[in-house]
Design a protein around this ligand. Sequence first.
Ligand code: KG4
Ligand code: ZN
Length: 353
Amino acid sequence: MRVLGIETSCDETAAAVVSDQGDVLSDLVHSQVPLHAPYGGVVPELASRDHLRNVRPVISAALEQAGMRLADVDGIAVTCRPGLSGALLVGVQAARGLSWASGKPIVGVDHLVGHLLAPFLRFPNKPETPRPTFPFVALLVSGGHTALYRVDGAELAQVRELGATRDDAAGEAFDKVAKLLGLGYPGGPVVDRLAHEGNAERIPFVQPMRRRSSLEFSFSGLKSDVARWVREHGRPGDDQTLRDVCAAFQRAVVDTLVRKSLHAARSEGVDQVVLAGGVAANRELRESAAAAGARVGVRVIAPSLRACTDNAAMIAYAGSVRLLRGEDDRGGIEVSPRTALRRLTRKGPGARA
Ligand code: KG4
Ligand code: ZN
């Protein structure tokens, strides 16, 4: 089965064609970063309008790159939650139009499920990354979300949230700290690069929610601590100080993410941790999680950098799981700013809701 995936939940207009085995036949992303950069964050109204301009050309280019016409695909998958409502509606309406015109089945996909299944993608001409087996624990760290999940299978109902952030998402913390330091938007990749040459020990920022037993996160205290440091010392002009601030901030975030992910794996009795979402592209997170996992017998699996950040290939693959089961949302797709993933609630020792 070959599926056309469409993604417009935030600031990327993306389309891809993927097989139900995870083979990526085409993968296009039109980024709106330059459009939003002057505002230091995504402006929803601008995002919707830009999706509207680009969604059809991006879909056509994805089909062309796969050497296919719409008639050749077996189904259409589109992100319908969570995200900016106006942005989501553009992708969903485009997908519904194509489904109506071609008579192909269509399914709505939860963007977060797409991220969690990204390690199953195989990109052409890229070294194959190891695939996880179910069950695994997943750390999803993006601009809008930070949470730990137990993943027992590829279906929505088989994914349960174990803990999440109480305030900012990890990517949001990277972006806000970068803004404080005058590093532009999005900040994650720049902080990652500068931190690599910094001394993480020089500035002792607060450690966010370090308590080992809790699987909740909080990054607003750390962000305020960096803001306090900048108020007291001024924006670092000296390059080495800037690198040291980035390194200290990043170390505090990464330490918490790694510690809690491994704690989640241990308490769930699983030996694999998947890193997902844009922040999973972070070099220190990938290296530190792999090293810490190896020490306790947990395999850490991080998708290729291409698969970590927003893309439509992961949406197409997650959609193929639903389409293979014969599901079809031609009757209607509910668009929502919130995820459909649910919290794990235990009813008794070891019981799952
Ligand atoms: O998953 P994603 O592409 O979009 C959302 O669904 O939010 O994640 C984007 C987030 C941004 O906050 C960006 O700053 C962060 O991921 N990010 C990184 C890195 N690359 C992207 N954060 C830290 N280190 C990176 N290398
Ligand atoms: Zn995302």
